[in-house]
Write a protein that binds this ligand. Structure first.
Ligand code: G3H
Ligand code: 13P
Ligand code: ZN
Length: 307
């Protein structure tokens, strides 16, 4: 049985750890993440973007997750990541998802509240949880002015109003992270004071997007075997631990798995030029994803919490 993000995140908040939300696009990712979850007895959120639905096909992605949850001893949710299109959101609500993110972060404050509340009203009667987002997930450079930072980071008082008026079950906050492999030009720094202020004022569990660490060993392997990933920088493990200590209950990871998958496929191609059975190189890449996810679950403190 799939569970909701609310169930997973409320337990995480109570227990002082975070649940990893891992993006999936194909069978290998679902297998790797759910294998790690089962082995570590860790909860996990299987996050599906609108792009993933387009790539894999809606029924395929739902069936992959349902079959993993039916055949393994795991506690996982099926979550729409960065939902923006109301037709897709409706399809997910009606089609087996247990959690929806409505991302209105590029709208005005009032429009964001209105669309988020609309999704809450659609999802709640079906017992599906909803995540909203407030603030902009843009990397913050050292030279950016205080006024510019204010426009990007989540404002704690606005967060209170947003949660109250929209009725969301959880809130994604902007404290200096961004998506992808190029998060910081200078020192990697998160606005921990703002995070603590939001935690103090807001009554729902909080989410950190753009949380990949961008493992330099994996970037090195990818580059050694032909990739051109230059000046990559992610969120250091210590910053993730600190954010979880301060109250982050869901940590989103995609880039770290993408880089590992790519690095090990490249290595496999290079070292076994005569092999053209996809199970060879996809198997190696799947093993790498399982290791990345295992590492993250330990970092987030969710090992042993799927009880
Ligand atoms: O935050 C976005 C996730 O990394 C998913 O990316 O929209 O390219 O599937 P995507
Ligand atoms: P990364 O790009 O840091 O992995 O973030 C993923 C994410 O936030 C998915 O919603
Ligand atoms: Zn995200």
């Amino acid at each position: 049985m799939l569970v909701t993000n609310k169930e997973l995140m409320d337990a995480a908040r109570e227990g002082g750890y975070a649940v990893g939300a891992f993006n999936i696009n194909n069978m290998e990712f679902v297998q790797a993440i759910t294998d790690a979850a089962e082995k570590l007895k860790s909860p996990a959120i299987l996050a599906v973007s609108q792009g993933a639905i387009k790539y894999a096909g809606f029924q395929n992605i739902v069936s992959l997750v349902r079959s993993a949850s039916d055949t393994k001893d795991i506690k996982v949710s099926l979550h729409l990541d960065h939902g923006k299109d109301m037709d897709i959101i409706r399809t997910c609500i009606d089609g087996g998802f247990t959690s929806i993110m409505i991302d209105g972060s590029d709208l005005s404050f009032d429009e964001n509240i209105a669309i988020t509340k609309k999704v809450v009203d659609m999802a709640r009667p079906k017992g599906i949880s909803v995540e909203g987002e407030l603030g902009r997930l843009a990397g913050i450079e050292d030279h950016v002015s205080v006024a510019e930072k204010d426009a990007i980071y989540t404002n704690p008082d606005e967060a209170v109003e947003f949660v109250e008026k929209s009725g969301v079950d959880s809130l994604a906050v902007a404290i200096g992270t961004s998506h992808g492999a190029y998060k910081f030009k200078a020192e990697a720094r998160l606005a921990m004071d703002i995070l603590s202020s939001i935690v103090e004022k807001v009554d729902v569990p909080l989410v950190l997007h753009g949380a990949s660490g961008v493992n330099q060993a994996h970037v090195g392997i990818a580059n050694e075997f032909g990739a051109a990933l230059k000046d990559t920088k992610g969120v250091p493990d210590e910053a993730i631990s600190e954010a979880v200590r301060r109250g982050i209950c869901k940590v989103n990871i995609d880039t770290d798995m993408r880089i590992a998958f790519t690095a090990f496929i490249r290595q496999s191609f290079s070292e076994n030029p005569g092999v053209f059975d996809p199970r060879g190189y996809l198997g190696a890449a799947r093993d790498a994803i399982r290791e990345v996810v295992t590492y993250k679950m330990k970092l987030f403190g969710s090992e042993g919490k799927a009880v």
